[in-house]
Design a binder for this molecule. Structure first.
Ligand code: HH2
Length: 281
């Protein structure tokens, strides 16, 4: 029986998991589902990154390719053109670890050279070249579960036992990463809320997060503004902050260590209360 995760190691240090960590989302894209186009311009993105750190983000997740349902992939050149200048500038200006949200080993490699300490791959490191790269670069890792790919993932997703299947997939990714030489403490897992999941799958995964946490790795969860909140009747993307905070608090109570969020100030405050309720004597 493995114990609960206590740290998440990355390229330049480690995050202790004695309190909930907030990963601020910075989408340098024209088409992300909730903030597409807002931070597409590098100057605006850099300002936003600095603002998220001011608001208390423990790390920033920078992405240049939307993975919303039905999105079209972008080339590695275009993805790097979007995130490169932002990563380089923030790498010089902030002290929190920077994570690159990419499925492409070539983009991950350039991002690490520019200062990224973590690679967040929503495909769960399916590309063997990505596994080889992250093992050699000694970065922190988020291996996320996604059914299929963003273009088709929401077309009738089916599972017999969603919690068991997602946990088995992530356990398999952990083994593949460990076999390539990645230390256990560098590998975080993420159930991939909204990535090839119907409403009932998302709810079951959040409720059953303790099963995933029992793998003994840091657990990252992204519920921020996601469509399952809308499907429950709790608002359009811009109105989903209360629902996002409710889901994040529940996720933490079931074992999540890191919450990926667009609304950092509000999430930090909500997690402070959640942590006090769950952890203080
Ligand atoms: N969700 C999104 C993107 N990356 N990474 C992890 N580890 N977990 C998530 O839940 C997750 C993720 C989707 O949200 P967003 O970045 O706001 O949208 P888009 O993919 O449209 O840019």
């Amino acid at each position: 029986m493995v114990g609960p995760a206590k740290v998440w190691r990355h390229r330049t240090g480690e995050l202790t998991l004695d309190r909930t960590r907030v990963m601020g989302v910075l989408n340098v894209t024209p088409d992300s589902f909730s903030d597409g186009g807002l931070f597409h311009d590098p100057e605006a993105a850099i300002r936003r990154g600095l603002e998220l750190v001011e608001q208390g983000a423990d790390l920033l997740d920078i992405g240049g390719e939307s993975t919303r349902p039905r999105s079209e992939p972008v080339s590695a050149e275009e993805e790097w053109r979007r995130v490169g200048p932002v990563l380089e500038a923030l790498g010089r200006q902030v002290r929190v670890p920077l994570s690159i949200d990419t499925m492409k080993p070539g983009v991950a490699e350039k991002a690490v050279r520019a200062g990224a300490a973590i690679v967040n791959d929503v495909s769960g490191m399916r590309d063997p070249a990505m596994i080889r790269f992250v093992a050699s670069a000694k970065v922190g890792i988020v291996a996320m579960h996604m059914l299929g790919n963003p273009k088709t993932m929401q077309e009738h997703p089916e599972y017999r036992d969603v919690v068991g299947e997602v946990t088995a997939f992530l356990a398999n990714r952990i083994s593949a990463l460990q076999a390539a030489g990645v230390p256990s403490e560098a590998i975080a897992v993420d159930p991939g809320i909204g990535f090839g999941k119907a409403l009932n799958h998302n709810l079951a995964l959040l409720r059953g997060l303790d099963v995933l946490a029992a793998l003994g790795h840091p657990v990252v969860v992204g519920v921020s503004r996601k469509s399952f909140i809308g499907k429950i009747g709790a608002g359009e993307p811009g109105e989903r902050l209360p629902g996002s905070l409710a889901a994040a608090a529940l996720a933490v109570s079931r074992g999540a260590h890191v919450i990926r969020a667009h609304d950092v100030l509000e999430t930090v405050r909500a997690m402070r209360v959640t942590d006090a309720l769950l952890r203080s004597p």
